[in-house]
Write a protein that binds this ligand. Structure first.
Ligand SMILES: Cc1ncc(COP(=O)(O)O)c(C=O)c1O
Length: 400
């Protein structure tokens, strides 16, 4: 069997060095458990950054993928196949947005939303190009998505980005209202900011977004790539906030590990789109649709959504207990199974300390420990995993 050292040496030579990886090589998974090269077990509270919604090696998903691979994987969007319409219909029923455009990742879903917003105003004969985005936002790494992402570290080396983007502070209704005008094509917002440190929009801020859209005609793009599809205990967190988006970007959880993204589109916007306006070779192929249909079967019919609600409530209680025990935990934020622990210090040392205790977490926004466990996590597994995180926080606290 290969060793960690061999894996690292080969990657260091041949893989473009854009990721700083933790020194662990996973070779197998089962439910919420991952196993490394030495057979060591870890509880996964990250699910590959919110992707492995059904956990690892889920039998129904594995069967669906294998069956589809043995039948037909891909034919392109030049032809029909039976699954894309079924998936679009299911997503329409969940979101209230009647149409879907399929792609392969979150950033592509955001790109599609941005292009469709532009196209909407072009079709109306109004040259609106201004986009209002939020500070602390993250929407992806391609040029359009990067243009509405606020972090200077991600942006600066690639400028100039799209023109006409303005950032406003999060959860400041007056600033938002003042920024949106009859020149605004769209507002883009994550209902819970993910990379920005698990920051839910407040109901007052959500109302101000609705008010600004109603007053100016600006479209609303909800980026639910991280917060959508059951992660928060709701099908979409925009609905929990009472937001009324015209476009919704989804990805991550939808394929539970098979790359699939989608832009969900209102009738009003869909009517502005013509044949040939946008496309993707792989988007919505049979494999992606089969995986996504399997996930949605379990989410809705299989009771996973209700499960997230139940486990999420006790997960939150356990996190609040942790916060009361560890003075370095300043705030607990999130919903369902999407949580951030804001620390009074840099959260980076928590990640290796947690790995040493056998639990996988992630740091975001410098001082936030981010938790995005598989949606299938049970109460007992959550208790065990948070027990290990508790131990890791002790180690980090003692070393401070
Ligand atoms: C809210 C949000 N939008 C978009 C993206 C980009 O998704 P992807 O990495 O699949 O392109 C992410 C990824 O973390 C995200 O959290």
């Amino acid at each position: 069997m290969v060793t960690l050292d061999e894996v690292q040496t080969r990657e260091a030579r041949h893989v473009l060095q854009t990721y700083r990886r933790a020194p662990v090589t996973f070779v197998r998974g089962q439910g919420v458990r991952l196993y490394d090269l030495d057979g060591r077990e870890y509880l996964d509270l990250l699910s590959g950054i919110g992707v492995a919604s059904l956990g690892h090696a889920h039998p129904a998903l594995a069967r669906a993928i294998a069956d589809q691979a043995g039948t037909l994987l891909h034919t392109s969007n030049l032809f029909y196949h039976p699954l894309q319409g079924q998936l679009a219909e299911r997503l329409a029923n969940l979101s209230g947005l009647p149409r879907a455009f399929f792609c392969n990742s979150g950033t592509e879903a955001v790109e599609a939303c941005l292009k469709f917003a532009r196209r909407y105003w072009f079709t109306k004969g109004e040259r609106r190009i201004e986009i209002i985005a939020l500070e602390e936002s993250f929407h992806g790494r391609t040029f359009g998505s990067l243009s509405v992402t606020s972090d200077e570290h991600y942006r600066t080396p690639f400028e100039p980005l799209l023109s006409g983007v303005r950032f406003v502070p999060v959860n400041e209704p007056a600033a938002l209202i003042a920024a949106v005008s009859s020149s605004t094509a769209a507002i883009i917002a994550e209902p819970i900011q993910g990379e920005g440190g698990i920051r839910p929009l407040t109901p007052a801020f959500a109302s101000s977004i609705n008010e600004a859209c109603a007053k100016t005609g600006a479209l609303l793009i909800a980026d639910e790539v991280q917060s959508g599809l059951g992660r928060t205990g709701y099908p979409f967190y925009f609905a929990a906030l009472g937001l009324k988006p015209h476009l919704v970007a989804v990805g991550k959880a939808l394929g539970s590990g098979v790359p699939v993204g989608a832009a969900l589109i209102s009738d009003e916007v869909a009517q502005a789109i013509s044949f040939g306006d946008h496309g993707s070779t792989y988007g919505g192929n049979l494999l992606a649709c089969r995986a996504a249909l399997c996930f949605l079967d379990l989410l809705v019919g299989g009771g996973l959504l209700a499960h997230v609600g139940r486990v999420g409530r006790s997960f939150e209680q356990r996190l609040r207990q942790l916060a009361s025990k560890h003075p370095m935990v300043k705030q607990v934020r999130g919903a369902g199974l999407m949580w951030g622990l804001e620390l009074t210090r840099d959260a980076a040392p928590v990640v290796p300390a947690a790995l040493a205790e056998g639990v996988i977490v992630n740091r975001t926004a410098e001082n936030v420990v981010r938790l995005l466990p598989p949606l299938v996590i049970t109460q007992d597994e959550a208790d065990e995993a948070l027990g290990r995180l508790d131990a890791a926080l002790h180690v980090v606290g003692a070393g401070a």
